[in-house]
Design a protein around this ligand. Sequence first.
Ligand SMILES: [Zn+2]
Length: 387
Amino acid sequence: MQEHLKQLLFRLLSQPTAPFREQRVIALATAVLKDAGAPFFADPAGNLVVGASSKTDMLRLLRETSREPVRVFIAHMDHPGFHGMRWIAPNVLRVQWHGGSPVKHLQGSRVWLANDDGYGGVGVMRNARLKKHGWSIDAAEVHVECALPRPRPQANRLYGGFDFRRPVWKGGSRLYTRAADDLVGVFCILAAALEIFTKPARIRPPFLGLLTRAEEVGFVGALAHFELGWLQQARRPLVCVSLEASRTLPGAVVGKGPIVRLGDRRTPFDAAYSQVLTRLAEEVLPGRHQRRIMDGGSCEGSAATAYGFPTIAMAVPLGNYHNQGLEGGPDCRGAHGPAPEFVHLGDIEGQYALCLALMRKGLPWHNPWQDVRERLQKNLRDYRALL
Ligand SMILES: [Zn+2]
């Protein structure tokens, strides 16, 4: 991976983020896009739209006469974490958890704290209570273990998550981090935008990136965007491309390449457009990609499908999904206890390469099955005499 991209990846993975608390990720993304002169704007829900400078500009792209589909790459900027609720002692914060989480070895585990004024602190979690279904934390106490500024930060502006030796570090070709899900997807979209919008182009690239908020509590940012009805105004084809870090499964192994995600827990994705992606992956990453239904979780691809948009998806295999110690490794507090997520640098590079390949002009979006049909027809010819 080129050095400037690696730096961007590490900077992104160092940002604090939680559902509805994506401001520090947004600040970095906008700074990077501004520096590169790439167009972007915030939609009314605070999602970041990349590849257009305003609603009008986005609609202009969607209404162009063209057979080239607009690729709408989608990734989310949040990660499961907590919001401060109220101070119950001078240094004890009552917190509410949002999204998935580890469910064991919670007592005394280290957490980080942040707010959007630049405050950063650490503490330990105590007295965590799980939700009724038992799959995630509901509420807990955070005992702050560093000096608090005076005046004390407002409780409800603080947020946080599980803390490890560093926000991100390398171990061999693996990256251990608080929140690979889905800052790796955000990275791929930003890196692609930097590549696409810093090159002179004769025609406008059919590229949109949608960096969403609050995915972890049920696609809230993506839904708010779809409800605007802007994408529905397209007069040319469009294809949504969901980018995720997704729980490792048999056949979706960390280090064996990005995954052509044929579906998620809720639904299969568009078969014809997935065929375009499958063929591209065979060409661009021969023997270095994987392909399967990733039903360990659902992604914004199912939200896009539910709104009627043709959707395909990719994923980077993710260890210790949602900071649950499922695969163990460094800084893991035990089975199902807090643990850093981990991903493989080669898988991220592969996903980025596939994003760029998807932008090629003239891909067979309108006739993706032609070569398969020709192969089958040859089989028919060979055997026809025996019919
Ligand atoms: Zn995710």
